[in-house]
Design a protein around this ligand. Sequence first.
Ligand SMILES: NC(=O)c1ccc[n+]([C@@H]2O[C@H](COP(=O)([O-])OP(=O)(O)OC[C@H]3O[C@@H](n4cnc5c(N)ncnc54)[C@H](OP(=O)(O)O)[C@@H]3O)[C@@H](O)[C@H]2O)c1
Length: 266
Amino acid sequence: MDRVGIIGYGHMGSMLTNGFLASGTLSPDEVVVASRSQESRDACAAAWPGIGIAASNRELARRCRLIILAVRPQETRGVLDEIVSVMDGDEHIVSLAAGISLGDLEGLFTGSVTRVVPTVTSAVGQGTTLVCHGRQVGMHDALRVEGLFSSIGNVVPVDEMNLPAATLLSSCGPGLLAAIVEELAGAAARASGLPPDRALVLATEMVAATAAYLRETGEAPRDLVEEVATSGGVTEVGVKGLRERLPGVFDGTVAAMLERYGAVGK
Ligand SMILES: NC(=O)c1ccc[n+]([C@@H]2O[C@H](COP(=O)([O-])OP(=O)(O)OC[C@H]3O[C@@H](n4cnc5c(N)ncnc54)[C@H](OP(=O)(O)O)[C@@H]3O)[C@@H](O)[C@H]2O)c1
């Protein structure tokens, strides 16, 4: 059987396993999981009765043709190096590691390699998984990977040169936005008698509703600003202040993140 292997049952590995199985895209007997610790392997076996558990990465590589590397960037080369000797070359390696290029992966494995960047929001079937296929990946394998990941949200193919910036938006973005929600709610609570937990609920609901509004109406953010920030009104004051300060803040934030991205996995 053409099984899907997932190496690393951490945040991403468990999320992918849950997503692929809960959506019915794969059944437990079509998935094999390997992870470094017995604890993670036991957790996976308990969550998904009937799933394949491999005692080692090599055992998984012998049993699967599509192999997803859901380990940290600094562990990715070591894991690929470990399994490459038991593979026969027609496997398809899918790496989640930020900062490990297709060229790096192809230097270790000469067959098909793809980079994918899911997002934490894929756990609720929302958000975008970025996909970037290597030169060896044929149409059938490309569609298989894209179909698999479409079970946990949108799939958007991206050129590798654009992957870092796209990753900041689609995958790091939830962390950035969550920090903004917290700061905005905190400021509103500090400046008033509004309890902090109430402020956080209001801010979180506002973000979810704004995203739904923009998505459903197709309206540009700029037009929504115009609608809400009426002349002489309260929102206008806030938007004006943000427009003055945010470009500098975000330019610095993006530059620092891109610099860090370049360092990951090296
Ligand atoms: N977190 C995100 O939002 C996000 C988004 C997009 C992409 N990514 C990428 O996804 C990858 C995984 O991130 P994560 O957040 O899931 O990390 P994580 O929670 O630390 O999980 C990594 C897992 O890898 C396992 N592992 C480590 N070394 C191993 C080895 N030699 N053999 C087998 N398993 C091994 C660990 O297993 P044990 O638990 O068994 O020790 C751990 O559970 C990274 O490359 C990251 O860049 C993450």
